[in-house]
Design a protein around this ligand. Sequence first.
Ligand code: UD1
Length: 419
Amino acid sequence: MELYRIKGGKRLFGTYKLSGAKNAVLPILAATLLSGAESRIVNCPDLSDTEAMFRLLRQTGCSVRREGEAAVVNSNILRSSELSASLMNSMRSSVFLLGPLLARCGQVTLSDPGGCNIGVRPIDFHLNALKQMGAEIVKKESALVCRAQKLRGADLRLPFPSVGATENLLMAAVFAEGETRIRNAAREPEIVDLQNFLKTCGAEIRGAGSGEILVRGTETPLQDAEYSVMPDRIEGGTILLAAAAAGGDVLIENAVPGHLMSLLSLLERSGCEIQRESGSVRLKAAERLRAAGYVETRPYPGFPTDLQSPFLTVMSLADGQTEIRETIFENRFKAAEQLKRMGARIEIKGQRASVTGVEKLSGARVRAQDLRGGAALVLAGLAAEGETIVENICHIDRGYDKFEVALSHLGAEIERMKE
Ligand code: UD1
């Protein structure tokens, strides 16, 4: 087991270039399955989740190789549409393989997808919509067997704008008969990235980024493509929040300020100075942060649930009271208990966290329990007095490409160690 040792109290200064987005590259890698051709995915971050996706793709018969920052996937020959329970359990995003495999092979056997332990995370929206597209889905012991000789286009309406369901259905519809309309679609920028990748391969899709997506099914095979993944807005937001917590002045290069709108206005409200340029964001930290008041997580363009835990750390250090309501996942305040061990004053009641800011946090031994909650503990360690040990950092490795290297580059004292 590995851990981080952090000596707190160092302000962060300098420039950081964002990695490719985890939440964009995972569905894009799944979509390479559809093409039956060679896809070169540039700016592919080095994460344990991307490695897990490579293993899943290989299990289906794809060849996958790394060429520096690119991943090259050839899905010409597929030999299996059965996804092993152990691989599926290692990552929630394994569910993305359902749509493309069904479209390509006409049958998929899968077990329950895993991932961060942040809530129940059902896949009923995915399954119900696929049934509307003609799929037959039966439960066989602990596995689900999905079959469809040929999916057919349908007029779909999601009960909630689920990111994963929107992406899965968009992929499933590429080879369906006729048109598929996805209403109440999620609008996250990562969905636009997936659409753009598939269009580069020759698919006919429009509307991603809005609440309605239209896919015209095609019989023509897709083609070889090279595609560069969008920058990671959640990594960008986390680095900005790190600077807000620890103090300093950082410039994020390769960022799209529009993707971070909700966070940037909250940081301004808290007294940080933000400069937005096309392609970069700069944050000068407030001398003393002000509480943001009331904040709730919402689907894009609202405040992202993935930044809620790091934001909790920052508000723990702000002057005044903040109320944070989590509306997307029911179990996303796990970092709070650990932050309290560092001196934070947080009260959790159901889906609400009431935070009374303190002047300083103190170093402690804490334990990451999920990806973004783990990042929140690192941020607290950077801002705290003394030494912090963050255990169980395998969670953080799922979604941040060499987090300690990024933070050290900005002046933090953080090292990765074996337990
Ligand atoms: C994606 C992101 C994750 C982010 C989340 C919300 C990736 C790889 N992961 O996760 O980082 O936190 O969006 O922005 O992109 N739901 C159902 N039934 C379903 C599907 C979802 O009830 O079939 C519920 C979920 O339990 C949750 C809500 O819908 O309460 C949103 O989930 P969803 O948008 O699907 O999240 P993911 O795609 O899993």
